[in-house]
Structures are given as C-alpha cells and as structure tokens.
Design a binder for this molecule. Sequence first.
Ligand code: BG6
Length: 479
Amino acid sequence: MPLPKNFLWGGATAANQCEGAYAEGGRGLANVDVIPYGKDRFAVESGMQKMLELDDEHFYPACGAIDMYHRYKEDIRLFGEMGFRVYRLSIGWTRIFPNGDEEEPNEEGLRFYEDLFRECHKYGIEPLVTITHFDCPIHLIKKYGGWRNRKLVDFYGRLVRVLFERYKGLVKYWLTFNEINMLLHAPFMGAGIVLEEGEDRFATLYTAAHHELVASALATKIAHEVDPENKVGCMLAAGMYYPCTCRPEDVRAAQMRGQENYFFIDVQSRGYYPNYAKKMFERRGFTLPELPGDAALLRENTVDFISFSYYQSRTAAAQAEGMKMGEGNGFGGPKNPYLKESEWGWPVDPLGLRNTMNEIYDRYQKPLFIVENGLGAKDELIPDGKGSYTVEDDYRIAYLRDHIRAFKECVEEDGVELLGYITWGPIDLVSAGTGEMSKRYGFIYVDRDDLGRGTLNRYRKKSFYWYKKVIESNGEDLD
Ligand code: BG6
C-alpha cells in the first residue's frame, strides 16, 4: 500500500538557527541569541554558565544565522521548486513580544510571519508552526527566572492567542514546544533556566516541566477554540532505548530511560501524570506545583498528533562504567557496536526509526508526524559545470533513503498512521548543539562558515534534485 496522496513531505527550520536579523523589526533579545560558538557553548546551553548579554569576546552565530529574515522569499521559492507540501518553521517569540510580558504585540513581527505564510501558500506549501523552538525572551529570564516561574504560562498564553487569532486560515498545524524533553538536558535552551549554585536541579526542572505542560494544554485549548480546524501536536526528541544486553537489569535500565523520555508526552497525549512519575516525585520529596484547575486543563486538552525528531536510537545499561560512551542528539549513552556513526559521532540506525515509531504508536494510538530527521555532514562546494556550484552529497541521500524506506515499511507493513515526513534543515543553518555552520543538513548549500564569513549565496546540492523526485513520486522513486 503506497503512502496516502496527501502525505506531507517537507523540511524544518527554527527561527534562531536561520533568521538572523536579531535586532531588526523591533525584535527583543532571546536566550538563543546569547548562546555562543566555541568552548562555552555547552555550559551556557545547559544552564551551568550564566550569559544573559552579548559580549565582545564571543561569536554568537544565531544573531546573523543565514539571514533568512531578508531572504525568505528566495528560500521558500527553492522549497517550492523541490515540491514541498509542508514547511515547518518556528516563531521568534521576541519578534512578537520583544520582552515577553507586554500587553500588546509588535505589529512588525506579526506582519513578517504573515507575509512568510502567504509566501508558502503561493507554492501550495502548508506551514507547520513550532510556537517555541528553544526560545525564551531574555527579559523573562532576568525578571522572572524563565520557566521555573508560573507567570510564564500567562505570557505564553498571551502569545499563542495572538498567533492563533492572527494566523487563522493561514496556519492549521501547530507544535507547542520543540523537543520538550530537552528541558531536562539543556535547561537554558529548553526553558531559559540558569541553575543557581546549590539549587535543587530536580525540583527546578520538574517545576519548569509542569509549567510548560500546563502552557501546552492551554495552547491546545485556545487553538481549538479559535479554530476547530487547528491541529496541535506535542514534539519529542525521540529515539528508542535499546538495552545494552538482554540482562534483565539492562532491560530495566532501558525501560527507565524510556519513561524519562516519554514523561512529557505521556502527559500531553494522555492528559495526566503517569504513576511512575508520581512515585519518582514522592521518592525525591518533590511536590508538583499544581494549581486548582491544572489537572482538568491537562485532561481536557490533549494533543491531536504526536510529532517527533529522530536522528538515532539510544542505548542504556545498568552499569555503564568502563563502557565506551557515544555522542548523540543531547542523549549520549554507551556506544552501540552494531551501528555506524556520522562524522559527529551520532549513531545511524534507520531500522531504529521503525522501532521507535512502533513504540510511540503502541503507547499513544494517535497519528505520528516525523518533523525532523537528517544527517549533519561536512560538504564540499564544487563547480557544477554550468557556471554555478553544487555539492555531491551522496552520503546524505543514502541516509535519507534508508530512513524513508524504514518509515514506509512501518506505515505499509505495521499499519502505523503517519501524517508526514519533514527533514531537518532543508537549507544549511546553524547547528543547535555546536553552533557550527559546517555541520550541514541541507538540500541547499549556504555559503557561510563557522565564524559567520561568506557570501550567504544559496546553491542546490545533488540531494536537492533527489528529494524533488522523491516528493514527486510520493516516496516511490528513491533511487
Ligand atoms: C534537534 C533540534 O535537536 O536537532 C534542532 O530540534 C537541531 O534545533 C537538530 O538543530 C540537529 O541538531 P544539531 O545539534 O546537529 O543542530
């Protein structure tokens, strides 16, 4: 059985990784702007090092990024040329509310996204909007402490109401928080949290988690009220945990890591806190900062679909000491000796996508949506023989082809419902993890290097023509 005719093929970006123009159009400063390139990046991202301003000693790649703010028409035209049916992008919160706590939104920011959505529709592209993709106004961090403060639920509520009302009829697919589970791994990026010395990390992170979960349910409620056509999804940084061996202890370790991962989605999809989480809170002496009405809000406003990113499967062991550890999308674990790795050490596991999809679908029984997948690799720009340049990125084509085969088998043979497939970074952009430009995911090459040098010109890679063919044939022609 082939994929459904209305299957949504496309690509995804995040405002801070592509827009640039960080101080234009009335935009305010956000956490993502002040995460530097280089050795301090990880400490800042993970909330261990406080950096709430730009300084002269660091390079901040998000500030200029690939300048999509000024070039979105050219970029969307290229997406249209590939035949995209969906383009996933995120809203820069501080373009709409520069400080985050204003009463009135910034019209210039609203107009920017309105124009961008209209541009998408010109090419028959459906926009899918991530409301927050790792972004939080700096002012909300300085004044309120980020998502550890309940007030952020109200500010977020104000933001989403403005978005749903303004873009009614232009946007119908929404994601509330990108990779919501990343909050536990990169608290500054995920929730605008800088951990104070001596602070109870567990209590702070699960308090912020509760606030984001309530905000997500509130957004779902408002979205459905404003337009019953709206479809709202949660977004998980996915990847099934494999036990390192069949020792029951390793299987249990994998199960527990899985629960930690699914915790957020369990609440967003089922509408209540799972018992394993309540027990964990009890053991840690943590009381959920619930207000009257929260439980009902969560219960009555569950998501319509489950979206997720997939780059790799993961491994877990009861005793990881002495084992070789591997890299991954924020979730390193013992190395899996059965898998090859990317240049950045991320395991490559196409079958893991099918395994993961089955696990998620079994758990929630709601339509799935792959909203990120791709290979970060170094590319070499070469003359194309026609007076321009290109990249012979057969390695990227091979990665994507294997993953597309895997999800097609999952749909066709396992019967999993899948709304669409969206690759990460269809145009090269700044890496969230490392801040590099040289870690490229795109079908379109952008001439810019890790330190922001380059013409910013765009060039079609070999994979550009390949993906166009894949979409045209609705996934039948993968050669
Ligand atoms: C996901 C994020 O974690 O992975 C993206 O949602 C990110 O923002 C992507 O860019 C790839 O990770 P990286 O670190 O290679 O950019």
